[in-house]
Design a binder for this molecule. Structure first.
Ligand code: MN3
Length: 209
């Protein structure tokens, strides 16, 4: 890998709060490992793959360019997803666990009946993911509708043509140290620290574009 192959480099974003800030719902130990080890590894491997891609492009090695797509999707998706996830959460003494307001609250009530009903449907789908993946509240621009969908592995929501508003990581690394195999308890607990203000901002931005 020479220095000649210039690729865009991504960096691990700082968490907008301390590792212990989401306790007791998500332990500091989980947050530190999840952010500083798992997310960092996606960023490192994404940068590696992009550098290899730049090299393969320069060498017009199409087979190599195609081969690299799965690493870019996985690690790039991991970086995209976690970067959203951290901002979707907030300590309870800040924005965590407060109710959605404004246009987002209206859309949730209109489509799902109530916030409680939305959380029930979202949680059931998300807990039911087979293996590793993410539960998402996404926005369908063409239909001007909210959608609850799940993605496998680190596939970003853009692969389904939707704009991500709220993502819940249900890879075991996100909860196992604290909740063991009881994914449902983790998903239930995390709504205590969901930053609905951030979700509403994402919704407003997505709807205005
Ligand atoms: Mn994760």
């Amino acid at each position: 890998m020479g220095a000649n192959y210039q690729a865009q480099q991504y960096t691990l974003p700082d968490l907008p709060y301390d590792y212990a800030a989401l306790e007791p719902y998500i332990s500091a130990e989980i947050m530190k490992l999840h952010h500083d080890k798992h997310h960092r590894t996606y960023v490192t491997n994404l940068n590696k793959a992009l550098e290899q891609l730049a090299e393969a492009e320069q060498k017009q090695d199409l087979s190599k360019q195609v081969e690299l797509q799965s690493a870019i999707k996985f690690n790039g998706g991991g970086h995209i997803n976690h970067s959203i996830f951290w901002t979707n959460l907030s300590p309870v003494n800040k924005d965590g666990g407060k109710k959605p307001e404004g246009a987002l609250a209206e859309a949730i009530n209109q489509q799902y009946g109530s916030l409680e009903k939305f959380i029930e449907i979202f949680s059931a789908k998300t807990v039911g993911i087979q293996g590793s993946g993410w539960g998402w509240l996404g926005y369908n621009k063409e239909q001007n509708k909210l959608c609850i969908v799940t993605c496998d592995n680190q596939d970003p929501l853009s692969t389904k043509g939707l704009i991500p508003l709220l993502g819940i990581d249900v890879w075991e690394h996100a909860y196992y140290l604290q909740y063991k195999n009881v994914r449902a308890e983790y998903v239930k607990a995390i709504f205590n620290v969901v930053n609905w203000k951030n979700v509403a901002e994402r919704f407003a931005l997505a709807a205005s574009k």
